[in-house]
Design a protein around this ligand. Structure first.
Ligand code: ATR
Length: 279
C-alpha cells in the first residue's frame, strides 16, 4: 500500500525512522521530496513515503503504519478531520483548527498537531517580508482551510481579521468562534485591507470569488493558498495593483514545522522552495 516516491539517498536500516503522508489521492504529493530534502540538509536518518489510505479506513491505515514502526505522519485531504478525531492528545492549534495535519507517535499517544496556520504565517513573515502586527487582514472562505489558519494569524496581533465567505452565515459562525468579524462578500466594497488571503476552494475549480472593488489598500499583498499556477484570484489581484503570492511557500513551511515537531530540528526552507519553483 505504501510507496516510496522519491529516491532516498540514506541507508534504510533499523536506525532509520519511518514517516508517511496519508491522503486520497496522494500520488502527486510533494511532501516526500520536501522531507527528503530536509533530512538530507539536517543529516536526519529518516524515510518519508506516501500512503494512499482507503476512504473508509483511515484509522486502520494509521494503526497499520504505527504497527510497522512508523514514527509520525502528515495527513492531507480528505482525512484531516478524521485525524483530529483519532488523536489521543492535541495541540492548541489543532484544537482551534478542528483538524490535524501532523501526527506524532510517542509514549503510546497519537499526538495530533496542525502546522498549516503557522506555515502560512512563516511564509508571510519570513519569505514574503510581510509583518502581520497591526495589519488589516481579509480571509476569504469559511471551510477547513480558512479555519486552520485563524488562530496563528490572530496570535500575530493584526489590527483586524475579517472573514468573508460566499455563504455569509458560515463566515459569521466562524468569526464568532474566534472573536473576530465576518460576513458575505458584498459588505466588503471599498473597505481596504493590507492582506487578502484566499482560503476558498474557488481556485481549484478555476473560479474567482466575487469580490467587490476597493478591497486592496495601496501596497497590499494578495495570497492564494493554492500553488502550481496563476489562479484567477491572483490575476485579478495583480490587475488591481496588489502584490501576489501563491501557497507554495506555505506548503514548505508547514512541512518544516512538522519536521520540527518530529525531529526537534528546524530545516532551511528557502532552498527547498527554490527547488520546487525550479521544477
Ligand atoms: P476546504 O477544507 O478546502 O476549506 P470546504 O470546507 O469545502 O473546503 O470549504 C470550501 C470553501 O470554499 C467554502 O468557504 C466555500 O464557500 P461556501 O461556504 O459558500 O460554499 C468556498 N468556495 C468554494 N467554491 C467557491 C467559489 N466558486 N467562489 C467562492 N467561494 C467558494
Amino acid at each position: 500500500m505504501r510507496t516510496v516516491q522519491y529516491p532516498i539517498d540514506f541507508n534504510v536500516s533499523d536506525m532509520t525512522d519511518l514517516y508517511t503522508v496519508f491522503g486520497n489521492p496522494i500520488a502527486h504529493s510533494k511532501s516526500p521530496l520536501i522531507h527528503a530534502e530536509f533530512a538530507r540538509q539536517t543529516g536526519q536518518r529518516m524515510v518519508y513515503t506516501t500512503t494512499l489510505a482507503p476512504l473508509e479506513h483511515f484509522a486502520d491505515a494509521v494503526r497499520a503504519f504505527q504497527a510497522e514502526g512508523g514514527r509520525g505522519a502528515n495527513v492531507t485531504v480528505p482525512f484531516k478531520e478524521q485525524a483530529y478525531a483519532l488523536a489521543s492528545a492535541r495541540s492548541e492549534r489543532a484544537e482551534a483548527a478542528g483538524a490535524v495535519n501532523t501526527l506524532n507517535f510517542a509514549a503510546g499517544e497519537i499526538y495530533g498537531d496542525n502546522t498549516d496556520g503557522i506555515g502560512l504565517v512563516h511564509d508571510l513573515t519570513e519569505n514574503q517580508g510581510f509583518a502581520l502586527a497591526g495589519k488589516r487582514i481579509l480571509l476569504l472562505g469559511a471551510g477547513g482551510a480558512a479555519r486552520g489558519v485563524i488562530l496563528p494569524l490572530l496570535k500575530r496581533q493584526p489590527a483586524d481579521l475579517f472573514i468573508a465567505n460566499r455563504t455569509a452565515s458560515k463566515a459569521l459562525d466562524l468569526a464568532g468562534r474566534f472573536g473576530c468579524r465576518g460576513g458575505g462578500f458584498d459588505g466588503l466594497a471599498d473597505r481596504p485591507f493590507d492582506l487578502v488571503i484566499n482560503a476558498t476552494a474557488a481556485s481549484l475549480a478555476g473560479d474567482l470569488p466575487p469580490l467587490p472593488e476597493g478591497i486592496y489598500a495601496p501596497g497590499a499583498l494578495a495570497y492564494d493558498m493554492m500553488y502550481g499556477r496563476e489562479t484567477p484570484f491572483m490575476a485579478a489581484a495583480r490587475a488591481r495593483g496588489a502584490r501576489v503570492a501563491d501557497g507554495l511557500g506555505m506548503l514548505v513551511e508547514q512541512a518544516a514545522e512538522a519536521f520540527f515537531v518530529w525531529r526537534g530540528v528546524r530545516p532551511e526552507t528557502a532552498p527547498v522552495i527554490a527547488l520546487l519553483r525550479s521544477q
